[in-house]
Design a protein around this ligand. Structure first.
Ligand code: ZN
Length: 210
């Protein structure tokens, strides 16, 4: 299994996964609306390559019930992970428990081989997990591993939902030094937040000078 890239804005694979749901203000449809959409997202994230995607697509045609069960499962996991990423103060404990249960359900039934791989491009080493058993069910394991890593490293305190815009549902890992980032992505909400701040300060200045 190749190492995951995070081509999106959230900073962690599982947060990008949570962000695959519909974001109307960003004109983003739900990526998990079909099995093909799920495969497209997995490829965009670097979790599968084009050849593997094509093989999985062929298998989905042969085993449609299994493909739709896999999609259903991915959506179920996503809906357990979103509250974990958002963690409203009231429901924090319950959301965490439900997500941990879901993470353990997936990890508990995953079988495969653990190994250390060497990346000759930069000389680095990383652990990898090569699943055996059901190819469909194994697709979501890296996502769940990523969520488990966030919990284990204590990084969850830096995970939040975008508040630059009330209608923006995106979650992200705040890697800023101050820990005060409030927007999901500079290109969209970050710029809007900056423009709003600018408008607020210049109108305050106008009021003062009047
Ligand atoms: Zn946003």
């Amino acid at each position: 299994m190749p190492r995951a890239k995070t081509p999106f804005a959230a900073g962690r694979l599982w947060l990008d996964f949570v962000n695959t749901d519909e974001a109307p203000r960003h004109a983003q449809p739900d990526a998990l609306v079909s099995f093909d959409g799920y495969l497209a997202w997995l490829e965009a994230s670097g979790l599968i390559d084009a050849a593997r995607r094509a093989a999985l697509q062929r298998r989905a045609v042969e085993q449609p019930a299994s493909a739709s069960a896999t999609l259903h499962e991915a959506r179920r996991i996503r809906s357990a992970l979103r509250p974990l990423a958002e963690r409203g103060t009231q429901t924090a404990e319950r959301a965490t428990q439900a997500a941990v249960l879901e993470i353990n359900r997936v990890l508990g039934r995953s079988t495969g081989v653990r190994r250390v791989a060497h990346d000759p491009r930069d000389g680095s080493f990383h652990r990898s997990f090569v699943p055996s058993g059901d190819a469909f069910a194994a697709l979501v394991i890296p996502v769940v591993e990523s969520a488990a890593d966030t919990l284990v490293t204590g990084e969850l305190a830096r995970v939040r939902r975008c508040v630059a815009e009330p209608s923006c549902p995106r979650v992200f890992l705040d890697t800023s030094r101050s820990g005060r980032r409030r927007w999901c992505d500079m290109r969209s909400c970050g710029n809007r937040a900056k423009a709003a701040r600018h408008r607020a300060t210049s109108s305050a200045r106008r009021r003062k000078s009047q």
